[in-house]
Design a protein around this ligand. Structure first.
Ligand code: F6R
Length: 615
């Protein structure tokens, strides 16, 4: 949440920062602001609303040119989305500017202290105290990085801070605890950002900042220390994504582009992980086979869409390995005192690698002695860094707030983990693993085929634009798909949407069915577990008998559903466990089109942020 950019170099800091903020706007978009240091003075401006409002303000009230600066795009925590609460925040002399991501938990105490010492605080934010403290500490220490370390030692909570001071025009400092911040290393210029997307147009050389570290950026150097001032070891890495990957590439929305990229994302996530004999070679999984053979329980922790991937993974893991597996909402996990030990494997799934709830869950698991394997899309992010091992999804940057290609690649990674566990533990023979892997390899083509046939789904979505409620039903792997379809619709179309296990319907939710209510039903293959299929066909009849308008997603050739489908969406035949990879795609397209028809912002739905770095 909140996007942060800092720059020092030879270019116009304002241009670099604004371009970077545009790439980070998915992190929060209720206000934005910038500050530059020019001619020994600090100049800043900020504005409520989207970045475009700030850009307009910069046209009517330009800032002087400067080559050191910072910027912020906000997702409000403390204080509403007003001009005054927008970042940067300044001290009373107007010479220090600070931007912040996270929550400073002890801000009320610090605020009262500052007020006692005569400081005037103008906003309702927790952030503003840091600007005042930094000004005081700089006056005492005469060094901005040291001042930042002193401030950080006083703060409680989660924070990324980036600051400039008019007295040191060629320096930007940053700090991080439990909140993301990466360094971009250029030639004669350096960058700080919440995410590499902000600077990949300039450099693909990056440095991960660790927990409780302060970084000082000058044109020709980067110095990293701990909050205590001790020198820190840093890990440099090369960013694989190129700048075009973070562009819309001719699509109206990032979400449309990301939906279309799914066949490639699925194929890329399989790439290099299967050897010639069809066995899995997951070299990244650094947890020794001897440890994996001893695992007696798998626990998956994740949030939102990633949690839905985890629900599907549970079915695959239990089916292929016979190890008991639970999938938990990361936000609930550690508060219920879960039973974990050295024989528990915890799988943390996260696109961003920064979701605070998931991070806290994995920390809790490691404290109990469990091994943690992360499934993550973002190199250099906190969750993989704090895990015992990581399997990266190769979806490329996902910019639209609603997750699409990340979900499909999370599923692929989960299947790989399940098969790998089966392979290592001998519950799956090599040829069985090879057979599933071959089926997985065919899925990219199947997703492509689904995408080719989406026009009727779009037309249907447009025809439902004035509805208030849509329900989603599924069984087995179709149930998490139904949850995912409902989540996409809620977040994009702002409609009441709920996913149910179809068998649960008659235990209450069937009371919701009324004439013409759209109900999407995800139908399992009639070939695999035909009993599941037959049961859901009965469920479709039950709701139709009560007036529901049925939108049936069913495999090609499934004739049994035809009489009961008001709208029939065909998907290619796949093995039962892999069906979510194709069945989810029409639901993504449906939600995206409904959002557009209702005039909503597709890439930046209201109240949301992509990377949820607060609990
Ligand atoms: C929904 C969505 C969210 C995320 C959730 C977890 O479309 O994007 O529900 O899936 O916030 O995010 P990550 O995967 O970054 O941990």
């Amino acid at each position: 949440m909140c996007g942060i950019v800092g720059y020092v170099g030879a270019q116009s800091a304002l241009d670099v920062v604004i371009a970077g903020l545009k790439r980070l706007e998915y992190r929060g978009y209720d206000s934005a602001g910038v500050a530059v240091v020019a001619d020994g003075e600090l100049a800043s401006t900020k504005k409520a609303g989207k970045l475009v409002n700030l850009e307009k303000q910069l046209v009517s009230h330009p800032l002087p040119p400067g080559s050191t600066g910072l910027g912020h795009t906000r997702w409000a925590t403390h204080g509403g989305p007003t001009d005054a609460n927008a970042h940067p925040h300044l001290d009373n002399t107007g010479r220090v500017a600070v931007v912040h991501n996270g929550i400073i938990e002890n801000f009320a105490v610090l605020r009262a202290e500052l007020a006692d010492r005569g400081h005037r605080l103008d906003s309702e934010t927790d952030t503003e105290v840091t600007a005042h403290l930094l000004a005081e500490e700089y006056a005492a220490a005469g060094d901005l990085a040291e001042a930042m370390r002193r401030v950080c030692r006083r703060l409680e909570g989660a924070f990324t801070l980036v600051a400039v001071h008019a007295d040191v025009p060629d320096v930007v400092v940053g700090a991080r605890r439990n909140s993301p911040l990466v360094v971009g290393v250029g030639e004669g210029e350096n960058f700080l950002a919440s995410d590499v997307a902000a600077f990949i147009a300039h450099t693909r050389s990056a440095i991960e900042l660790g927990q409780d570290q302060v970084v000082e950026l000058r044109r020709d150097g980067v110095t990293v220390t701990g909050f205590d001032g001790s020198p820190a070891e840093v890990r440099a890495y090369h960013v694989d994504w190129d700048a075009s990957a973070a562009e819309k590439g001719g699509y109206d929305y990032f979400m449309l582009k990301e939906i279309a990229e799914q066949p490639k994302a699925v194929a890329d996530t399989l790439l290099g992980r299967i050897d010639a004999s069809g066995s899995l070679t997951l070299d990244e999984v650094r947890i020794p086979a001897s440890v994996l053979r001893e695992v007696d329980k798998v626990v998956i922790v994740a949030c939102g869409t990633a949690y839905h991937a985890g629900l599907i993974a549970k079915l695959a893991i239990e089916h292929w390995t016979r190890i008991p597996c639970e999938t938990e909402l990361a936000s609930e996990f550690r508060y219920r005192d879960p039973i974990l030990d050295q024989r528990t494997l915890v799988v943390a799934i996260s696109q961003s690698g920064e979701t605070m709830d998931t991070l806290m869950a994995l920390r809790h698991a490691r404290e109990q002695g469990a091994k943690v394997l992360a499934i993550c899309n973002t190199n250099g992010s906190t969750i993989p860094r704090e895990s015992d091992a990581v399997l990266y999804t190769h979806a490329g940057p996902e910019v639209a707030v609603a997750s699409t290609k990340a979900f499909l690649t999370q599923l692929v990674a989960c299947y790989l983990v399940a098969l790998y566990l089966g392979q290592v533990r001998g519950t799956k023979w090599g040829d069985e693993v090879g057979a599933v892997v071959r089926e997985l390899s065919d899925i990219a083509g199947a997703v492509d085929a689904v995408l080719e046939t989406m026009e009727p789904v779009r037309a249907l979505a447009r025809s439902l634009a004035d509805k208030n409620t849509v329900l989603f039903l599924g069984r087995h792997v179709g149930y998490p798909v139904a949850l995912e379809g409902a989540l996409k619709l809620k977040e994009l179309a702002y409609m009441h949407a709920e996913g149910f296990a179809a068998g649960e319907l008659k235990h209450g939710p069937i009371a919701l069915i009324e004439k013409d209510l759209p109900v999407v039903v995800v139908v399992p293959s009639p070939r695999g577990r035909s009993v599941l299929h037959d049961k859901i066909v009965s469920n479709i009849q039950e709701i139709r008998a009560r007036g529901a308008r049925t939108i049936v997603i069913a495999e090609e050739g499934d004739q049994a559903v035809v009489p009961y489908a008001d709208h029939l969406v065909r998907i290619p035949a796949t093995p039962t466990l892999l069906q979510p990879l194709v069945a989810t795609v029409p639901l993504q397209v449906f939600a995206c089109e409904l959002a557009t028809a209702r005039g909503n912002e597709v890439d930046q739905p209201r109240n949301l942020a992509k990377s949820v770095t607060v609990e």
